[in-house]
Design a protein around this ligand. Structure first.
Ligand SMILES: [Zn+2]
Ligand SMILES: [Zn+2]
Length: 188
């Protein structure tokens, strides 16, 4: 059973962002099989509430439905978690950054991401771990995530970006033309 409750101490580290969870802050505890033991035991992965909503939407929503805790931001976090359930690649969205070289290939269109262009980094989740899983062009956000509603989570995790750069990123994403509607006429 996944839980949302206050952290008794400030010692736990958030799986989602790697930072400590302050004492008394609400946190998500995701129960999962202990992959380091063969005895069927379980372990708990801890997350800041927002990190859990963004990165582990299913356990987050399950815990939210049963918690007695007063969750500040409940409507926003529930909305973000539901986006992650509706579009299964959305929880992979990590940070926005300028490509430091032209060597990475976009995971969506398979062409290189040019140096200095915006890119979104991706993380894959498996067994309580997040592994770097490449990048997508800003222009490939619609195709890859099936939605452009990734701004809140990218803003949350892009702690290395200055606020001015974050606004530039949001403007650049908003300026990407929407994909043309798919034609239903197979003869053209
Ligand atoms: Zn976190
Ligand atoms: Zn691309």
């Amino acid at each position: 059973m996944h839980i949302i409750g206050p952290a008794p101490t400030g010692r736990a580290t958030c799986r989602g962002c790697g930072l400590k969870i302050p004492a008394k802050d609400l946190r998500l505890g995701e129960r999962a099989p202990n992959t380091y033991a063969d005895d069927g035991s379980e372990t708990t992965y801890w997350y800041h509430l927002a990190c859990g909503a963004f990165r582990r939407p299913e356990p987050f929503l399950e815990a939210l439905a049963s918690t007695a805790a007063e969750v500040e931001d409940r409507v926003r976090l529930e909305h973000e978690a539901r986006l992650g359930v509706a579009h299964h690649r959305v929880p992979r969205a990590n940070v926005a950054e300028f490509a430091p070289s032209g060597r990475a290939t976009c995971r969506s269109c398979r062409t290189p991401i040019e140096k200095g262009a915006w890119r979104i980094s991706l993380l894959f989740y498996e067994d309580g771990r997040f592994t770097p899983a490449g990048f997508v062009h800003l222009t490939c956000v619609d195709a890859y995530f099936e939605t452009r509603a990734i701004v809140e989570r990218v803003r949350h995790f892009s702690t290395d970006l200055a606020p001015a750069d974050l606004s530039l990123f949001e403007q650049a994403l908003a300026a990407v033309p929407s994909a043309p509607p798919a034609t239903s006429d197979a003869s053209t």
